[in-house]
Design a protein around this ligand. Sequence first.
Ligand SMILES: Nc1ncnc2c1ncn2[C@@H]1O[C@H](COP(=O)(O)OS(=O)(=O)O)[C@@H](OP(=O)(O)O)[C@H]1O
Length: 884
Amino acid sequence: MYSRRCFVWLKNSLLWKSNFRKCSLTKILIALFSLSSLSFLAYQCLIDHSHVKRHEIPVSTIECRLNPVSGGMFSPSDHSSSSNHRIDNKVLVIVETQYSYLGQDIIHLLEAIRVKYKVEPNGKTLPYLTHGNKGKYSAIIFENFDAYVNMDAWNRELLDKYCRDFNVGIISFVASRDNIAYSKRMKDFPLTIYQYMAIEDYELNPMSNIWRITRPGEIIRGPLKDDEWVIFQFEHATYKPLSYAKLSRNYGRYIDLSGNTVFPAIQDLGLLDGIQKVIFGNGLRFWLHCLVFLDSLSYLSHGKLSLPLDRYVLIDIDDVFVGAAGKRMKVSDVHALLAAQNRLRSHIKGFYFNLGFSGKYYQKGTPEENLGDRLLVEMRDKFWWFPHMWHHEQPHKFQLPALERGMLQNYHFAQKYNIPVVNNYAVAPHHSGVYPVHEPLYEAWHKVWNITVSSTEEYLHLRPARRRRGFFYRGIKVLPRQTCGLYTHNLLIDKYPGGREKLDASIRGGELFQTFLYNKVNIFMTHMCNYGSDRLALYTFESAVKFLQCWTNLHLQTIPPQDLAQVYFSSYPDELNPIWVNPCRDKRHLAIWSPRKVCNTLPHLIVIGPQKTGTTAIYTFLNMHPSIRSNVKQPVIFEELHFFSSDQYYNKGLDWYMNAFKLDNPNQTDIVFFEKTAAYFDNPMAPMRIASLIPDVKLVLILLDPIKRAYSWYQHARAHQNPASLNYTFYEIITAGEGSHKIQRDLRNRCLNPSLYAQHLERWLDYFHPSQLLILDGQEIKENPPLVMSKIQKFIEVKPYIDFRKLLRYDAKKKFYCQVLSTDNTKCLGPGKGRVYPPMEESAYRFLKMFFRRHNVALSKLLMKLNQATPVPAWLKEDLQETL
Ligand SMILES: Nc1ncnc2c1ncn2[C@@H]1O[C@H](COP(=O)(O)OS(=O)(=O)O)[C@@H](OP(=O)(O)O)[C@H]1O
């Protein structure tokens, strides 16, 4: 086709040339231009001709040269030992700076394999390494080995002792500092480093005992990319090479290297200082070091940070009938697909291609391609099938009836052609409706197809891919999808963006290889066009799995999507609950979010509690402001939404939450929404969930004397007929020990825990900048609410400014401030707020004074660090003066 088009161009241009003499000067110029374009086109035609002529479809050329002896010798160990019971599965990473490249690479890799980490910049005092008799870290990583070697004596001693006591190892890197080759003897170690070396023919030492995922035996032939290698020479049996290479250059007599074999990564068995180490002579941009790094982590942490060897693979052909005529699969492509499926089964146990379909596009290609469609359907039982939409429509644009109608058409198509759809799995075009969640899609999937598993690239966001996760919502398990680098326009290998080398680099140790390496479950999206033309998908996956088998001990397998979801969520149970992010803050999310939805119905302010500190008074007073509006009250929970603190409400979804905030019209912009849920403050999930959805929200925290707060809760419990509060005195409740009744202990916890202000506040500060937080004194809310309301108004910069002295008046009967209705009338909070109850027993007061002492000290320190504009609450000052 391309060549025919070129021919027409050539012919037309030549005809135009025959009238050349009649042309004016301008025409001559145009002709010249045309001639040059012509030659360019002719050149292009030739080039493209070569494409068309090239009848060879690219095939994978990867062959393992694996030495059969060494290959067979290694049965992967998980490195576990009794030492791993005493350490947490977290890593301490000491980086050069917050932004240094290698430091970032290390952190990104840890994130990709879901290993928890703490990052500390070099030079700072070490964080606490233990809690109780447990070690906090199962491995220590130094971005720069020099930072470890030159650590100040105190910290070094502390760290070495920790490593010895808990049998924890160190991974570190040595980088070339200057652009000249030289050698240097390492301080304190019988180790010489040679920097700025060029090396070639890299291979791993098969005799090392660290290999688990890595399969040594292969050689990376030829020179390695940069000259910046560091190699090691040693004079002690504590060191063992992890890898070998050859020098690519002769460095002359100044560099004394005996023999040509050098060691670019080494293992220190700890014979000298009792600490095992792995030291790399280059960073993680060299792909093989990522693999060695994984095994080093596993080995040095005694298996605590060991990754499994199983890798689950699902290759979806996103829509097997959707593709422009001329780019679709033909009969030969369908045969090739089946043949590749059979070949892949020898590398991936139980492998099937998973074919998505939108029935409307069946038989919509050229006659040749329609035969391909027909053959696919004839071979239906050879593949797995899953439903897409009927005409590949984006679900977020439709409501339930239309979605159901479309799905039913696709359903009838499947029935008509006997397509076996048995896996309860579906995906949506462009991820639309899956996340951000479009409730009608979930409903329609249930109704029409009984879908229980889906997958998307968009949760939490498309990028970075290493942070994609899964979630469970409305009975559907949504798994993360990975990207394999093939899109609808990738038809020919020579036209692959960045060239064939780019695709091959991804397969041979690059992005695709590392995706397999880091993710236990890999669901890839491919497209019908990737299986026509050059069949790039077949080339890509056949090459990728062969390369994986050359270099790793990973076991690849395909299992039905439902089982896959089971594997995924039993490995990562923390991910079951979804996390809601604001669709308006991610362009891609916004593009697949219902056009009916508006962005401005999320609160700007949240009163986070804790309970019994005066939160209802603040809620009521805020609602008196003409521009401030709370959520609408809900059945059972009334004004408190509990969205961020209760799974039950959080799982009602984002629509439920956003629908609780009502504008008079969608364009209204003069309203400041707020919500108050007093249980947020001490809830472990609330800060993370709020920060994910409304990262720039403003927060109001109220701190009342913790003793008063505890007693008020006890009285609240009595008023609600809580059996423990009716059967036990306050003193008996707050002093309940582990031997006490559960109801007693539960009430004790509700009385005391929210009052541990410093502890909870620290968690909020992990997610929010101090400037987002206004801390109020609960006593001041009781005594001078107009002043408090003035502080809040300034904090949220709301207009107009309202003087609450005119709106609130002290009510002698209620003994609290109430809303002014008229000169004689006020409206006070209900009988449940500002209760009358007997004073606290002296013994309870004394006990609590002692109990809260250290927590109050911690709070005062924290507040001092925050340097808040609001002064420290009066009760805290008094307490510290009394007790210290
Ligand atoms: N204006 C006004 N009217 C009534 N009550 C007031 C007021 N200002 C502050 N307070 C104090 O608020 C306490 C109840 O706190 P909360 O509203 O946060 O309680 S709850 O967690 O929502 O149940 C409540 O606690 P108790 O006195 O123990 O009932 C009051 O002390």
